[in-house]
Design a protein around this ligand. Structure first.
Ligand code: ADP
Ligand code: MG
Length: 697
């Protein structure tokens, strides 16, 4: 079915076949509908004018009214450029062009007045704007007082003078023609409830806003729509899974009561209790659980996992825990074994290095049901590993395992799939988690066990290194151990390694009486393990390392973390590194060493580290600084291709959109209500579009 919006773009007034072809090739815009959907990525406030005398280098852009004093072309060949002197009475700036010189030479006239827009740069004693936007000044016309939408364009388009202004003009023509055809995509009741603009107005407001308020309302409406449909889709998947997959009902309390009454090693935190309650709710619901447990390192996820396992074991089922590395698997095994022994439960560990004999025994024990809990690595996924009745799977460290592995564990019980609990120590903001793992329920352990001493974090400059060394000496004298971490990235590996070795040498010189270990990714695993073990046993005082120590190592006596070139680490990484200390009874420290010259973002990262230890707060700042595309695990999801909504800033809208989607689906799962008709129509439209795309590609 063809509609107004399928009309080829070349038929729009002023476009024509040649420009249409460019728009096809460069931006993938083919039809009226495509163009209308091509949102500006920002807007410039053109309601203000700047005086040349007030220009500052930090300005993102300036808009100046003035007169062209002179125009000359200098240089030859590739060095050729055109320079104009431009004045507004308060001062003079230079306008510079490297491209399109002959065109501008013809169209600009000395002594005429122009409106100029661009980023000022201070250069050779005066301000310049390179490749400014420039247009003749029209007295009291609509030049002032509006917002210029800025569209993402390519160099080739610019060479053909297709700029944001041009797109705006086409957009105005198109919007005027489209008015009768734009259909509403949200139910009336919903728009009333949240005072959202109609779609039609929102499109006008986004492409051609008159005021800031217009723009804000337009964005609010369109962001809501985007997030609402995003959540609706995820929730439908979730709903499908839940209705399709029943789960074993675990509601006995015998083992748990015994554990609580006789063996609980400490009082659970409020957050732990809350999360356990959420899990128990799932386990007795009759539906298969898919839950993500987020909690910082040290927040006490292990005992939550164990208590959940007890519920399954009480229901005559088995439990498994899968970790990404052998070290972590053993750590878990040792912890769980302590608890299991007290309850006479049988627990085993299976990894790549389990002996053949051990494997055979374990395989048997799992099949006949004599093993209650199995801990392991990927080795658990092998087909030969079969269970008598697998009831619950705990997966540690989400981002290292894919959905495929989750599915393989899930297949290990074909009658009633096991409940799945994914634990991650990389907290991400709820807004992002909801979008990324919208098919999982989410629990947060957002409270640390009591009695933990906060880690003191400070920022020091390179020039203060001697003081840092002195501090390290004092701590070593008290019997503490210290990490000194250097960045190492592939792109600058050679330099980074040299940096690491130089650092190692200077530490050797500065600490002649201390034993020093060095560990980096280029070492043989055997040598690495050997050095790690020495440090762990306390045979060395200082561990000089790259980020290889980020995962796995647990040395309670190490209480100082020195991070060199801290400006080169991301926030998540700094947080993970800091998590290596603060595990023992002593006061711990984290010292971030940087150069003097720091960018604004870097300063913010360092300040955040100094200010808070809360992983959720840190990840929120990280999200704001980097955007969701760069955060751990987002790439694989394909869900973060939101065009308008910013997950860092629009958490409030996302929350409402999600709640609304939940409410609508629970009342009207098939979207049959009259009021929900716009939703049904819009979903069909999206589906058709996706189908035709998949045919093309
Ligand atoms: P993580 O969330 O990093 O897996 P763990 O489960 O390993 O954290 O717990 C970290 C430490 O805190 C362990 O030594 C554990 O015994 C202890 N712990 C956990 N919960 C509590 C609590 N409620 N009170 C006191 N200590 C706790
Ligand atoms: Mg853990």
């Amino acid at each position: 079915m063809s509609s107004f919006f399928d009309t080829k773009i070349e038929f729009l007034k002023g476009v024509g076949p040649q420009k249409a072809e460019l728009l096809n090739k460069e931006l993938g815009l083919f039809t009226y509908g495509d163009l209308l959907d091509y949102y500006p990525f920002r807007h410039e406030d053109r309601s203000k004018f700047h005086r040349i005398s007030e220009l500052e280098e930090e300005m993102f852009a300036a808009q100046i009214k003035g007169r062209l004093k002179s125009l000359e072309v200098i240089g030859e060949g590739r060095k050729q450029r055109m320079i104009a002197d431009f004045t507004d009475g308060s001062g003079t700036i230079e306008l510079v062009w490297f491209q399109g010189i002959s065109w501008f030479q013809k169209s600009l006239k000395v002594n005429n007045e122009y409106l100029v827009y661009g980023k000022p740069a201070f250069f050779g004693g005066k301000y310049q704007i390179t490749h400014p936007e420039i247009e003749p000044l029209v007295q009291n016309a609509s030049q002032a007082g509006h917002f210029q939408p800025i569209y993402s364009l390519t160099e080739r388009l610019r060479k053909k003078y297709i700029e944001s202004k041009q797109i705006s003009k086409w957009m105005r023509t198109l919007l005027e023609m489209s008015n009768p055809y734009i259909s509403e995509t949200l139910p009336q009741s919903l728009m009333q409830k949240f005072r959202l603009w109609p779609k039609k107005n929102a499109l006008w407001g986004l492409h051609l806003p008159n005021t800031y308020e217009d723009l804000h309302q337009a964005q609010r409406r369109l962001k809501f729509e985007e997030l609402f449909y995003n959540q609706l889709r995820l929730l439908k998947q979730q709903l499908l899974r839940k209705t399709d997959y029943p789960g074993q009902v675990f509601n006995k309390a015998r083992l748990i009561t015994e554990f609580y009454e006789n063996h609980l090693p400490f009082d659970l935190t409020g957050a732990q209790k809350r999360v356990i309650k959420e899990i128990f709710g799932d386990l007795k619901s009759g539906k298969q659980m898919n839950r993500l447990i987020q909690g910082d390192v040290g927040s006490g996820k292990t005992i939550v996992a164990f208590i959940s396992m007890l519920s399954a074991i009480d229901g005559n089922a088995q439990a498994c825990l899968m970790a990404p590395t052998e070290i972590l698997a053993f750590q878990h095994f040792n912890n769980l074994q302590k608890y299991s022994e007290k309850l006479n439960l049988k627990i085993a560990i299976l990894t790549g290095s389990s002996t053949k004999k051990a494997r055979t025994e374990i395989h048997e024990g799992l099949l006949n049901g004599s093993i209650n809990i199995i801990v392991g690595t990927h080795a658990l996924l092998e087909n030969i590993v079969q269970f008598n009745n697998l009831g619950i799977c705990v997966i540690d460290e989400q981002h290292r395992f894919g959905v495929a592995q989750r599915a393989r564990l899930w297949e290990k019980n074909k009658y009633l799939h096991p409940h799945i609990m994914v634990m991650t120590a990389t907290p991400i903001p709820r807004t992002l988690a909801m979008t990324l793992y919208g098919d999982l329920d989410i629990s947060e352990i957002d409270e640390m066990p009591p009695g933990r001493k906060p880690i003191k974090t400070v920022h020091r400059y390179d020039a203060n290194r001697l003081q840092v060394f002195q501090f390290m000496r004092d701590e070593i004298a008290k019997g503490r151990q210290i990490y000194v971490v250097y960045p190492l990235i592939e792109e600058s590996e050679k330099l980074d390694l040299k940096n690491l070795f130089d650092g190692y040498e200077s530490i050797e010189r500065a600490f002649p009486n201390s034993a020093i270990s060095i560990v980096h990714g280029k070492m043989k695993p055997k040598d690495k393990d050997f050095e790690m073990a020495r440090f762990k046993k306390g045979e060395t005082d200082i561990m000089v390392a790259t980020t290889v120590i980020e995962v796995g190592v647990d040395v309670p006596n190490a209480s100082v973390m020195v991070i060199e070139n801290a400006e080169r680490f991301g926030l998540a990484q700094l947080h993970q590194l800091r998590g290596r200390v603060g595990r023992g009874a002593d006061q711990s420290y984290c010292i971030l060493i940087t150069t003097y010259k720091l960018s604004k973002d870097t300063r913010k990262r360092i300040e955040t580290m100094v200010m808070t230890e809360n992983g959720f707060e840190i990840s929120q700042v990280d999200l704001e600084l980097r955007g969701p595309g760069d955060m751990a695990g987002t790439q694989q999801s394909g869900l973060v291709d939101l065009r308008l909504a910013n997950l860092a800033k629009d958490g409030e809208i996302l929350k409402i959109a999600r709640e609304t989607a939940i409410e609508i689906l629970s009342q009207d799962p098939n979207l049959d209500f009259e009021d929900n008709l716009p939703i049904k129509r819009h979903i069909d439209k999206i589906k058709n579009k996706e189908m035709s795309w998949s045919r093309i590609s």
